[in-house]
Design a protein around this ligand. Structure first.
Ligand code: XMP
Length: 320
């Protein structure tokens, strides 16, 4: 199925907003819709569109899957409350970690997250709320990567021929499906979302699980979460498109307090890119790399920090 793109040049944000608000109202009628807010620009934009269209007939949830960045659940819920959008925090950590237990294959991990998200958690929320619609922020790039077989993006369902009505009991509405990231940011600004949302680097739906090679356990996520916080602090002023930390599965011999330590490896990636379809590693100053290494090596167990110098393709932005 070919989806016609609305490019940044062709986009008129206020016309787009009016058209999508109308379309959401017509589709949902006087029923209820639910949506998941992660705090990223796509889901934040969809939340605001849905809120404009449906008011309190939109139920917005933040699903704490245990894979989010430090302080993220509380930060996102507080920000949207300040903007008058109530958000319910759902603790689903146990469900996600039990689905991920023992899973190491990248596509199997993505599938476990998809099933837990759409079937277990959203299936339950739909049944409890009586909603028949799920609003979500799928964008054109997500569809292309999945259809091209690069990565199964967690939010691609209908484009893979999945009947969400039959599989999960609700219809999915995707107001941003014709846009790429720069156009979504323009719509987000026109909706009045603050720069901390509109200018945020992209963050993948599978969250930190996309950055853990091998099994995703609470302990391993804690390591990559600590490294991510350091990378984001050090690189937020770099002007790069996206920057992240990856936890490798292989251990390497290191030296700590004068003793051999067979420890963990963290890989830092920092990307120059327009829309994530291709990318080049940012030429970071060596002093920045040294600071990253020094700080990340203070995380218990980490003995090696590397920097990715491979462009996409053949690399991809995330590791899983
Ligand atoms: P890759 O790793 O495929 O990432 O080069 C391209 C862009 O997409 C983000 N990404 C995802 N976004 N669901 C999403 O919503 C996903 O499953 C997913 N996987 C990767 C990634 O962060 C990058 O910006």
């Amino acid at each position: 199925m070919e989806i016609p793109e609305i490019t940044l040049e062709d986009l008129n944000p206020s016309d787009f907003i009016a058209a999508q608000v109308r379309a959401i109202s017509e589709t949902v009628g006087d029923g209820l819709a639910i949506n998941a807010l992660s705090g990223g620009v796509d889901s934040s934009t969809v939340t605001m569109l849905g809120h404009r269209a449906l008011g309190d007939r939109l139920r917005t949830y933040f699903i704490d899957n245990g894979l989010m960045r430090e302080g993220e659940p509380e930060r996102v819920v507080a920000l949207f409350r300040r903007m008058g959008v109530p958000v319910t925090l759902v603790d689903a950590r146990r469900e996600f970690f039990s689905a991920l237990k023992g899973v190491t294959d990248p596509e199997a991990k993505r599938e476990a997250i998809t099933q837990t998200f759409y079937k277990t958690v959203f299936g339950r929320l739909v049944r409890e709320s009586g909603a028949r619609f799920l609003l979500q922020g799928t964008i054109l790039t997500d569809v292309e990567e999945t259809v091209a077989g690069v990565k199964r993006q967690h939010n691609i369902l209908m484009q893979l021929g999945i009947d969400t009505e039959a599989a999960f009991g609700y219809t999915v509405i995707e107001p941003l499906i014709q846009l790429r990231k720069p156009a979504v940011r323009a719509v987000a600004r026109a909706l009045g979302l603050p720069p901390e949302v509109t200018d945020r680097p992209p963050f993948p739906g599978p969250a930190l699980a996309a950055r853990v090679i091998g099994e995703v356990t609470p302990e391993r996520v804690a390591v990559v979460r600590a490294a991510t916080a350091i990378v984001e602090e050090e690189l937020s002023g770099s002007g790069a498109f996206q920057y992240l930390a990856i936890l490798h599965e292989d251990r390497v011999t290191g030296l700590r307090n004068g003793r051999r330590d067979f420890g963990l490896q963290i890989e830092v990636r920092c990307w120059d890119s327009q829309d994530a379809r291709t990318g080049r590693p940012t030429r970071l100053p060596y002093e920045t790399l040294e600071r990253l290494a020094a700080r990340i090596a203070t995380i218990p167990g980490v003995v090696s920090v590397t920097y990715n110098i491979t462009p996409k393709p053949p690399s991809t932005i995330e590791a899983v």
